[in-house]
Design a protein around this ligand. Structure first.
Ligand code: GTP
Ligand code: MG
Length: 431
């Protein structure tokens, strides 16, 4: 395309020399043409080196968290000013979390374990609903007291029945630290902090690769329904899509639609991205994210079986699903906390710390996404059937991720980088 544009410039100027009055003018025009061509070649080369990546996925799937990890891994992380500016968001997260749980106590008829905490509950409900008000020390103190009540803890266990941000427990457990006057958020606090993305965010960084510097340009968009209409604005010249899917939400409904299962929504959006004609040449890297929360949930007795019961026409039978050993191994190797000694000795199959049901659930979710890739699972009736060749220009690779774990993300990004660069070079006929 660009060569085509360049040759157009060349032909136009050559042709137009006929219309110059003097040889001088014609010479000048030829010089301009040369300079222009050189410039276009230069930009073409620069462009070849800048790889545009796009983070897509439903709301709260972890896109901005991956962007923050890229900042930590590739761009010197966060300075003091940025850290301090996060305190407001962290305190808001605490307020939103305690308000959700206190409200749910009433709706789910869960009583306080210690009745003397009743005034504290009333105070929190009254103060937290005024979102304009500054979050005071007294409020944080009362929140901490309430968080220690067995009733609130019971409510936390039931959080699949209402909307609660994922970082609730993390920040409520850290209130001693957060309440201090000299509190400065650390990297983990920043990664856990939740703020909805409602405008297109962009970061750039260089990564050394095979003796050269490769420039990455990463776009992070909002994933909630109202934000998705903006996605198309950033589709142009994308090299790869990092599609972030929250694997832990099989038992939750959307914040923006209380009738819609979150995992089903993620699968539908993935299907739309995979079959989008504007993205037909774009590699898709699927991040099956929040595997840590998935594991916690399964250990608390939550099962994906219920999704299968709710939508029997969509989801294949879970109870008879029998993943292969290699599929299980793949997940176990990705799960944070695995010791390298096991891997070196070729004993990574033995991860006694991971419950077999956790492995089965994660592999089942991966299987669902891969069925979409293969065209074996069709969720939207409106899709025209594509012929076999339709997807021949792009492919999909998947990774199990825990976006708040820097080591895990670093490993995954290293793997992705190789795939992205190779695909990019193949596309431009360089390899
Ligand atoms: N425990 C855990 N929390 C995660 C993980 N990934 C993301 N989170 C948390 O999930 C919440 C939502 O993450 P975001 O990165 O803001 O999600 P998003 O996809 O950017 O959401 P939108 O901007 O609304 O589209 C944050 O509190 C993150 O810290 C994960 O793998 N494990
Ligand atoms: Mg975001």
């Amino acid at each position: 395309m660009r060569d085509h544009v360049m040759s157009c410039f060349g032909t136009c100027v050559e042709e137009s020399t006929k219309f110059y009055n003097t040889p001088e003018e014609s010479k000048k025009a030829r010089l301009r043409d040369k300079q222009l061509t050189r410039l276009l070649h230069k930009y073409h080369k620069e462009d070849m080196k800048r790889l545009k990546l796009l983070l897509l996925g439903t709301g709260e799937s972890g896109k901005s968290t991956i962007t923050k990890q890229m900042k930590i891994i590739h761009i010197n992380g966060f300075d003091n000013h940025e850290r301090l500016s996060k305190i407001v968001d962290i305190k808001r997260n605490i307020r939103d979390a305690i308000l959700s749980m206190a409200g749910a106590m009433h709706n789910l008829s869960i009583p306080l374990q210690d009745e003397s905490n009743q005034p504290c509950l009333e105070y929190v409900l009254r103060e937290a609903s005024n979102t304009e008000q500054e979050i005071t020390q007294e409020f944080l103190e009362k929140t901490q007291q309430l968080w220690s009540d067995g009733g609130i803890q019971e409510c936390y266990e039931q959080s699949h029945r209402y909307q609660l941000i994922d970082c609730a427990k993390y920040f409520l457990d850290r209130l001693d630290e957060i309440r201090r006057d000299d509190y400065i958020p650390n990297d983990q606090d920043i990664l856990r902090c939740r703020a909805i993305t409602n405008s297109i965010q962009h970061i750039e960084f260089n990564v050394p690769d095979a003796g050269d510097q490769v420039k990455f340009s990463v776009y992070d968009v909002g994933g909630q329904r109202g934000e998705r209409k903006k996605w198309i604005q950033v589709f142009d010249s994308v090299v790869a899509i990092l599609f972030v899917a929250d694997a832990s939400t099989f038992d939750q409904c959307l914040l923006e639609d209380s009738d819609k299962n979150r995992l089903l929504e993620a699968l539908e959006i993935f299907e739309q991205v995979w079959n989008n004609r504007f993205l037909r040449n774009v590699s898709v890297l699927l991040f099956i994210n929040k595997i840590d929360i998935l594991a916690e949930k399964v250990l608390r007795g939550r099962s994906i079986q219920q999704l299968n019961e709710l939508y029997p026409d969509v989801f294949p039978e879970y109870s008879s699903f029998n993943p292969s050993n290699s599929a299980k191994l793949e997940f176990m190797e990705s799960f944070p906390g695995g010791s390298d000694i096991h891997k070196k000795k070729g004993r990574s199959a033995s991860r006694p710390d991971i419950d077999p049901e956790v492995v089965k659930t994660a592999v089942y979710i991966k299987h669902l996404f891969m069925k979409i890739v293969k065209g074996e699972l069709k969720l939207k009736e409106t899709f025209e059937p594509h012929d076999k060749e339709w997807h021949s220009q792009h492919n999909c690779e998947y990774y199990y991720t825990c976006a708040v774990d820097t080591n895990n993300v670093k490993k995954v990004l290293n793997g992705c980088r190789t795939v992205i660069i190779r695909k990019h070079l193949e596309r431009f006929g360089i390899i």
